[in-house]
Unconditional design. Structure first.
Length: 243
């Protein structure tokens, strides 16, 4: 395989990975608390990919790793007392099926057992690891520091967790994260009741990037077709001269 075909094939693979990432961002532009994924590119030099010339290695574009943009999404009022948003850094801590999970999606509800839970039914954790039991028949009040009150009594305080290295948090689903690092209390974060944080993946930006990636993919396909045609014509010419 010549240098043109190797480079085009490497570019196609990187563009396919990027296409999946951008398409997922576009699909989650309306998902509360969603954080957009972006890619970090690098060049890979294969020792065996010398392009047919001794000592001239071919560099291939690859997505070295993806990273998550944790920038704040817009806070939109919902009018529901069970909808909570975070203004600042940090995550709501919840008890997932396999351990602690963290989310920016504060679309909560009250379970039949009287627990404050996420839309998926995961219990929302209070400071010190407890659960929040509420009366579904009575309104709740949540202050800026995360204290939950009902009927004049304080039921507990929401655990708002943060990490020294947010980049170590790994996505689990559209709006949850898990991390092997120990959490710490978020500093300066305010809880806003009756609001939800929107996705920080802009629909317009994601659509533009999707079209751009698709066009690059088409160009690389044409380059491979051109390379195939050139190779075929070269073989035919050699055969014609030899005959």
């Amino acid at each position: 395989m010549d240098a043109l075909m190797i480079s085009a094939a490497g570019g196609l693979r990187a563009r396919m990975e990027s296409l999946d990432m951008v398409a997922n961002n576009l699909a989650n532009t309306e998902t509360s608390g969603y954080k957009t994924d972006r890619e970090f590119y690098n060049l890979y030099i294969a020792p065996e990919a010398n392009g047919g010339d001794e000592g001239s290695a071919v560099t291939l574009p690859v997505i070295e790793r993806s990273w998550t943009d944790f920038s704040q999404g817009a806070l939109r009022p919902t009018g529901s007392a069970l909808d909570l948003a975070l203004a600042g850094k940090g995550f709501f801590a919840v008890d997932g099926p396999s351990g602690s999970l963290y989310t920016r999606n504060g679309n909560f509800r009250v379970s039949p057992a009287g627990l404050l839970v996420t839309a998926e039914g995961y219990p929302v954790r209070a400071v010190a690891g407890g659960k929040l039991r509420v009366d579904p028949a009575s309104p709740i009040e949540v202050s800026g520091d995360g204290a939950v009150r009902q009927n004049g009594q304080t039921l507990g305080q929401l655990e708002i967790a943060d990490f020294a290295n947010a980049g170590a948090a790994i996505k689990q689903g559209a709006s949850y994260f898990r991390s092997a690092d120990a959490p710490q209390p978020a500093a300066g974060t305010q809880v806003e009741q009756g609001k939800l944080e929107g996705s920080n993946a802009g629909a317009a930006e994601s659509a533009v990037r999707l079209v751009s990636v698709m066009r690059q993919f088409e160009m690389l396909q044409k380059a491979m077709s051109l390379g195939t045609q050139m190779n075929r014509e070269s073989v035919e010419e050699v055969a014609r001269v030899a005959s």
